[in-house]
Design a protein around this ligand. Structure first.
Ligand code: N01
Length: 509
């Protein structure tokens, strides 16, 4: 058994960021556990052709590790993966990581005041766990009749089989979300026939992607403040969108015009144009960016199929109209388990219930997207109500890291051994979140999306400006927590509360 002060689960943007912050705090007694073998998380796993980021590179990177040599305005997966690993090298945290270590259980031991972490490579005990597992890490396979019987090649977009040559093959893609619209133009170039199964047409806007010139990269590197200014400009322009998404969906009407123009520019056939035109408000689902998706759909070797899928057979797909289309391979681009992630079943809190069981009753919720009542000394990264549809998640991650670092400072100051958010504080916080979402496009936009949970609540997204999240995570608000000192834990039965005052923080967007 390995005993550490802090265990970080996951080596993506969150886990790596946490490790770097711990190092900067002078904390070395920690370990990072990851099932893969390099840093990167989702940017390591999603290797599908065309994988790229929808957020400009200068914003989709750590503020403390700017990269003046991004090759394009929107980076592709290999470059982001390289960036993350370079940052890890620069901060020397590779040696803290246990690769190929799948975490199978995280159980709170109240008597010991520590988490017991079971992994494929043995057991760990840690006083504090930072869960940087990411919301988009558990591929969701569609529940379609017969899908298990398909005899050809079938894989999820996040589990790309690069050993399988798709050249010249008959291929079906199920889904037209963020991943699919990046995959489809790449496949259209090389497969014999491509059947695209669309359940709901997405809004796809032009992508202002271009290579950076050597002069620009020189300027990012050598002109003081130039890269920071570029980052700030990108940040500000994206925040404007958040006002429309959260408070005034009609403000986004120009985006609809731009989306229609993108369709008209990319597709000449009126029937196909009609099929790809969404009937819900822009922003209700994630706004997608592509200059190549619509032209790909218009290619002679590509068919867009909008009849619902009835079943999958051993040789292909049959739609509700009875048409059978045989294929050699099926690419399943149907998203991820987000509000129902299997990860939640593996985290067992103080009363023996899993996070999945707790959230079955209440819906997925946390305090500031980070701490959950009943799960002491656990910090979720990119937890409930911290997701974004309009800007960089790295900004949210860094806000959470501020919160964590401030906690660690207070922990030392007050010798805190156990910290648990108060249930009333967590409840009130989430009432505020849901209230802020009432007028949002995600609620009123007339679409179904993974942003909503089984109760119909939007438990994934941060409502409003991200600088408000930065503001509420700047300081760790001890008053929102019940805390116990190390001495009290030692005494086991006599819990000594350091502080438990009414919390006053509210969410404003
Ligand atoms: O998944 P999705 P994704 N039968 O859930 C369809 C991030 N991301 O992997 O719309 C038929 O968006 C489903 O149809 P419908 C980003 O946050 C970021 O593409 O539900 N179809 C939809 O078309 C994104 O939001 C980047 O009707 C079925 C598709 O599958 C998140 O990842 C790049 C079906 C799923 O779309 C997930 O994106 C890529 C069924 N049974 C991804 N079930 C960046 O650039 C589902 N579908 C940062």
């Amino acid at each position: 058994m390995n005993v550490v002060k802090i265990a970080i689960i996951g080596a993506g943007f969150s886990g790596l960021g946490a490790a770097i912050k711990l190092r900067q705090q002078g904390i070395d007694d920690f370990v990072i556990l990851d099932r893969g073998d390099t840093f990167g998380g989702t940017w390591r796993d999603n290797t599908y052709p065309g994988a790229a980021c929808d957020v400009p590179s200068h914003l989709y990177s750590y503020s403390f590790a700017p990269n003046p040599t991004w090759s394009r305005s929107f980076s592709q997966q290999p470059e982001i993966h390289r960036y993350i690993n370079k940052v890890a090298d620069q901060h020397g945290v590779g040696s803290k990581t246990r690769w190929n270590t799948e975490v199978t259980g995280i159980v709170w031991d109240e008597a010991d005041g520590r988490w017991i972490i079971t992994t494929s490579a043995g057991e760990y005990r840690a006083a504090t766990v930072i869960a940087g597992v990411g919301p988009l890490c558990e591929p969701k396979l569609p529940d379609i009749k017969g899908i298990g019987d398909f005899a050809g090649e079938i894989f999820h977009s996040a589990q790309w089989n690069s050993d399988y040559a798709l050249e010249g093959k008959r291929v079906a893609v199920i889904g037209t979300g963020a991943s699919a619209i990046q995959i489809i133009p790449e496949l259209a170039k090389k497969v014999g026939r491509l059947d695209v199964y669309q359940r709901t047409a997405p809004w796809v806007l032009p992508r202002a992607d271009r290579p950076y010139s050597s002069t620009e990269n020189w300027a990012f590197k050598n002109i003081p403040g130039f890269q920071k200014a570029a980052r700030a400009g990108i940040y500000a322009s994206h925040e404007l969108v958040s006002f429309g998404l959260t408070h005034a969906p009609n403000v986004l009407a120009p985006a609809k015009v731009i989306g229609r123009q993108n369709i008209a520019r990319g597709i000449s056939d009126p029937k196909l144009r009609a099929k790809v035109t969404p009937n819900w408000k822009v922003g209700c689902k994630r706004i997608l960016l592509s200059n190549t998706y619509y032209p790909a759909l218009g290619q002679a070797n590509v068919d867009l199929i909008t009849d619902p899928i009835r079943e999958v057979t051993s040789t292909g797909i049959i739609t509700a109209d009875g048409v059978a289309r045989d294929v050699d391979a099926i690419v399943v681009a149907t998203g991820f388990h987000v509000t129902d992630s299997p990860t939640f079943e593996h985290i067992i809190g103080k009363d023996g219930r899993s996070m999945a069981q707790v959230w079955e009753a209440t819906g997925m919720n946390a305090y500031k997207g980070t701490t959950v009542h009943g799960f002491p000394n656990l910090f979720l990264m990119v937890g409930p109500s911290t997701g974004l549809g309009h800007t960089s998640m790295v900004y949210m991650i860094e806000s959470q890291l501020n919160y964590l670092v401030d906690y660690l400072t207070l922990q030392r100051k007050y010798d805190i051994a156990r910290v648990e958010v108060r249930s009333d504080v967590q409840h009130d916080y989430n009432v505020g979140i849901q209230k802020n979402l009432e007028s949002s496009v995600w609620e009123t936009g007339g679409c179904a999306s993974w942003y909503k949970d089984a109760f119909g609540n939007i438990t994934t997204l941060w409502p409003g400006f991200t600088f408000n999240y930065r503001r509420i995570t700047r300081k760790f608000d001890l008053a929102a927590y019940d805390t116990s000192s190390a001495a009290a834990i030692g005494a086991r039965n006599s819990t000594q509360t350091v502080t438990s005052q009414p919390a006053t923080e509210t969410v404003t967007s």
